[in-house]
Design a protein around this ligand. Sequence first.
Ligand code: DNO
Length: 387
Amino acid sequence: MQKTWRWFGPKDPITLEMLKQIGVEGIVTSLHHIPNGEVWSLEEINKMKDFIEDHGLVWSVVESLPVSESVKYGGEDRDELIEKYKESLANLGKAGVKTICYNFMPVLDWARTDLEYPNPDGTSNLYFNRAEFAYFDINILKRDGAEKDYDEETLRRMREEVAPKMNVKAEKRLVDNIIVKTQGFVNGNISENDLNPVEKFKGLLGLYKGIDKKQLKDNMAYFLNAIMPVCDEYDINMCVHPDDPPMAILGLPRIVTCDQDIQDFLDAVPNKHNGLTFCAGSLSAGAHNDVPALAKKYAKRTHFVHARICNVMPDGDFKESTHLDPRLVDIVKTFEKENPEVPMRVDHAPLMLGDEKMGYNAGYSFHGRMLALGMVSGIMAAVASQS
Ligand code: DNO
């Protein structure tokens, strides 16, 4: 696999010079300054590409070229937005940047309740607490009928363990973690500048009234069918990111959650340019997924790999595991054998050794990711020595 790194552009405190020193071969980035839905001009693309290449690196993957909400729910302006998306793709193709990661998650890109969950060794991790998430849904969003989406045990934990600890500050932190800090930097719907994120969020949820899984799948197929001619012309590989976590949340449908879903979107638009971002971490956050088996099944349809893996607790909470987890070793082995050229980046590593003071985007520490890259590189070297 090609060793890549998610870099957030010239304002990222982690510089390309630093990345060269730690063995990174390719860069994963986006034009974060261009608002969602606007065309990426060839000029802006080339500016970024030249900057990366001037540092002796290559722009391996775009993560992400965001799909506007209206394309997902099928709004009136979707065809117009898809035309703009096609223009951006054509410009990327002309510049030679040909692997494009996107997602089809309604409203919320990825979700965690805690961004600095302390570990016994002094590091901290991202964490998803189901009972805290239920508290956000039921008591903060006050979504109609939310209670019925949670099992009895989660509701008991919410009442007995979460609610007594809540106050204005704790609620604000939960809102920040779930819909603000995890969204802004991925060009999501809510940013740190929004004065009332909860109200804005409720409005966005309203856009999906009446949209079920089937409708969302149809909308994804509509989008893919529309863009495939451009992908064919420029040999662009589209790779959808699985839903994180891989299940319906907040009453919203999610459609890239399991084996069947993956098979469905691949079958819906049978074109080699329609592929997957194999985010082992997202898929592993659902106990229903056997992620090493999915890697074997879909290695050849994968255009981009996110290396990380989660442990799901019996109560449905989950947390990232070490990058040396045997399941990840197995997955790395699979990709090294089945798709050795595929770009891979390590994902969501702990905060450690001063990372916590640096204000990095949630999940994107420097020391934590550097250690993770060292671990995955070690696994790759061991696999190479055995073959
Ligand atoms: C979170 C990321 C996601 C991912 C997008 C791709 O850390 O894995 O935000 O970049 O879903 O579109």
